[in-house]
Design a protein around this ligand. Structure first.
Ligand SMILES: C[S@@+](CC[C@H](N)C(=O)[O-])C[C@H]1O[C@@H](n2cnc3c(N)ncnc32)[C@H](O)[C@@H]1O
Length: 195
């Protein structure tokens, strides 16, 4: 039997039930019709509950900047990595890297990098307080990018654990491999939390 299938025999996610929903005012982030909408309300509690420093945040999967600009409210420096041409789940589009650089100008603590996560993580040993993984929602890519994220951060979070089985399975397998604990928030398409 394939190893990941064996590893995830035991469902290990602990439900994450927020005590509070601290929604950010709409003018504090780039507002558009993103599946991420609503998750902004969890970030302060995640930082506090898991005692996460707020210096360095890295995001894989910026798209039009919703989650990136949310993180910029809480972290001193935010790096956003994306190929900026979309993918088969989020939708393919022309390269909008330069447009996105203009759009995030009101948040000077954001640095955008146009790169595939595979190239960004190669020989990269930099550590972050929080890493958010929200790229193409396949098992393989989420596992590869997410394992690096879990090993290079105090907390790694993954969007779409509810709407994409491959994402949830990848997060479960990363938890097993790294010995980290998997908390899962089941609304807003699901947010996996590894600490
Ligand atoms: C679901 S969207 C991100 C949504 C965003 N976090 C938000 O708040 O709305 C996924 C993004 O991942 C990017 N992406 C897909 N595969 C990637 C890869 N291999 N490396 C880097 N970025 C990738 C796509 O270009 C797309 O912008």
């Amino acid at each position: 039997m394939w190893l990941p299938t064996l590893l995830r025999k035991r469902e290990s996610a602990i439900p994450f039930i927020p005590k509070d929903f601290a929604y950010l005012p709409n003018d504090k982030y780039l507002l558009y019709d993103s599946a991420w909408r609503g998750l902004d309300a969890l970030i302060p509690e995640l930082i506090q509950k898991f005692n996460i420093p707020t210096n360095k945040c890295l995001e894989f999967g910026v798209e039009f900047g919703f989650s990136t600009t949310v993180f910029a409210n809480y972290f001193k420096d935010v790096v956003g990595v994306d190929i900026f041409t979309g993918d088969s789940h989020a939708g393919l589009h022309d390269d909008d890297y330069k447009d996105m650089i203009d759009k995030v100008k009101p948040w000077p603590n954001i640095k955008l990098i146009k790169a595939d996560y595979k190239d960004y993580i190669k020989n990269n040993n930099e550590k972050f307080d929080l890493i958010h993984v929200d790229i193409i929602h396949n098992y393989k890519e989420t596992f590869e990018c997410g394992l690096w994220a879990a090993e290079h951060s105090k907390m790694a979070i993954f969007h779409d654990t509810k709407s994409f089985k491959g994402v949830k399975h990848a997060v479960q397998d990363i938890a097993t491999k790294t010995g980290k604990t998997f908390h899962n928030y089941q609304y807003n398409n699901g947010l996996g939390i590894l600490v």
